[in-house]
Write a protein that binds this ligand. Structure first.
Ligand code: TPP
Ligand code: MG
Length: 378
């Protein structure tokens, strides 16, 4: 009996604005002849990139000067977050993030100081204001994809016209949670976009050590999902792929997968030193593919952005970032009693009550007399 082909597939790669700022007019115009994005919108999105880059660099400095805990820089991944975020409807669709798409969350109304509070260790940074459709940033890798699937399933059951987008990294696609979420979403045909920011690294593990899959996008084929690889540093390609996935989801076409090929230009977090494991030549090569360089060139070539515009955008971004820091740093400090009052409930067991009463010194929360020191020592 002859061997028949049981299945075959290809993965498309979409790029509309290349790293030199050259535009594929045909793809930008689309079949209907309308531009994918109006000039004014592109200006606004670039301006927003400037704000986010400056916010990100300032957050890094806050950590270095001891004013914040660990921080994972988003630098270099702005087109992926902003291009996809722009395709989602504010106040309607939902974002279920990890931690490298701040700008998409800000776009959908998350106050910028929330992100600083989170990384300052203040749990109020995870309180999402009413009407902002996102879940808190998620550090346990991959878990958020299951939440996103559940959320999208609920919208389907309730017949609500809402789409969910969940963000995760290349490394997250090696987690069991990823496969469970994909399997369920594909089987139940939920309105969900799996948005992978393939930034080539999972801390110190490079993508090709992480998985034997040639592309991340092809992993979706096993779950029956339309899937595409896009230039993640190209705002237009990311926006178009997300818009197409949105249209499919809203039309009852179920989940889609997008692999945005990008690069983590900074260290994994401020607790990392990538110079120990990354070839500087690789970083240099990706620096020239920075999403902001090509978009600025696109705008400048069309007389839509001048050096003066850039100067003003940076000035506005610095002023705004300074305000955000002030808000985060001047928030009323939580009481030290909160950990007892809100974690254990009432009545407090006697031992915990004793600890609460004696947590008066800065010496590991212990009363000096209990550790054999007089109250005047230290
Ligand atoms: C379940 C779980 N395992 C391990 C970690 C430790 N960890 C934090 S970030 C990270 C790498 C994630 O890589 P990727 O998904 O590519 O995202 P990126 O940081 O590159 O954006 C790991 C292993 C974690 N946070 N959660
Ligand atoms: Mg990664």
């Amino acid at each position: 009996m002859p061997v028949r082909k049981a299945y075959s597939a290809t993965i498309d790669y979409l790029q509309i604005l290349d790293e030199h700022g050259v535009l594929d007019e045909r793809l930008f115009k689309g079949d209907d002849g309308k531009p994918l994005l109006a000039d004014e919108t592109v200006r606004e999105l670039y301006d927003f990139m400037v704000l986010n880059r400056i916010f990100d660099e300032t957050a890094f400095k806050l950590q270095r000067s001891g004013r914040m805990g660990t921080y994972p820089q988003n630098k270099g991944q702005e087109a992926a977050a902003i291009g996809s975020g722009h395709a989602l409807r504010k106040g309607v669709d939902w974002l279920v993030p990890c931690y490298r798409e701040n700008s998409a969350l800000f776009m959908h109304g998350l106050p910028m100081h929330s992100i600083l509070l989170h990384w300052m260790g203040d749990e109020r940074g995870n309180q999402i204001p009413e009407g902002v459709n996102c879940t808190p940033i998620c550090i346990p890798i991959g878990t958020q994809m299951l939440h996103a699937t559940g959320l999208a399933w609920a919208f389907k059951l309730r017949k609500e016209d809402r789409v969910v987008a969940t963000y995760f990294g290349d490394g997250a696609t090696s987690e069991g949670d990823f496969h469970e979420a994909m399997n369920f979403a594909g089987t139940f045909q939920v309105p969900l976009i799996f948005f992978c920011q393939n930034n080539q690294w999972a801390i110190s593990v490079p993508r090709d050590v992480q998985t034997a899959s040639e592309t991340i996008a092809q992993k979706a084929i096993g779950y029956g999902m339309p899937t595409i690889q896009v230039d993640g540093n190209d705002l237009f390609a990311v926006y178009k792929a997300t818009k197409d996935a949105m249209a499919r989801a809203r039309g009852g076409g179920g989940p889609s997968f997008i692999e945005a090929v990008t690069y983590r230009l900074a260290d994994h977090t401020t607790a990392d030193d990538a110079r120990r494991y990354r070839d500087p030549k690789e970083v240099e090569a990706w620096q020239s593919k920075d999403p902001m360089i090509r978009l600025r060139k696109y705008l400048a070539d069309r007389n839509l952005w001048s050096d003066e515009d850039q100067r003003q955008a940076e000035e506005r971004a610095r002023a705004r970032t300074a305000e955000v820091i002030k808000t985060a740093e001047t928030i009323e400090k939580p009481s030290r009693d909160d950990i007892f009052d809100y974690v254990f409930g009432a009545p407090l067991p006697p031992e915990l009550d004793r600890q609460k009463q004696t947590m008066r010194t800065h010496s590991l929360g212990q009363d000096p007399s209990q550790v054999g020191l007089s109250a005047t020592t230290g």
